[in-house]
Design a protein around this ligand. Sequence first.
Ligand code: SF4
Length: 191
Amino acid sequence: MAVRSVSKLVEQGFEAVEKEILECKDCQLHETVTNKVISKGSRTPSVVFVGEAPGKNEDETGVPFCGRAGKNLDGMIEYMGLSGDEYAVINTIKCRPPKNRNPLKSEIKACKPFLEAQIQLLNPKVIILLGNTAEKAFCDGDKLEWGVPKAVDGKYTLLKIYHPAALIYQRSRIEEQNTLIDNNRHLWELE
Ligand code: SF4
């Protein structure tokens, strides 16, 4: 299967990318998906949150981060002080893996052109990777420290924090997460 051209996707714009995602059969996940999960939020965000893969609620609704993890993400966004036009939310892959298993390397690779095109079109200053799977998909094996920002080629800054789902069962992590956020406010609280 030919790899999709990111530059071609970007040239085509948001609507065309969304249509291509909806029609995509580039990996086996299209066989079991109910709804593809593309994005939510602003099209001119300063911050983009990148989650892992859609879960059950997302698959049912087609909306990223609904359900309990979504509530935690909303709480994080409120704590960060971001308004609705300042952020967008996307996932590393657009189709739910059966039984919420981790996405395979081949699935992440097949979906990566969509992720890259979305990032280029959204053009944020800060990309917040929610957990290790998002980091793995986005950084091609490079490791980031939790809460330590990394500037990438003068284009954007990457920051890895905990996935909101991890805060559901480990409430003690909320305080830790808030500290990671407080340490990095300067990244999005720009004049
Ligand atoms: S996960 Fe991505 S690459 Fe795989 S079928 Fe869905 S949209 Fe296509």
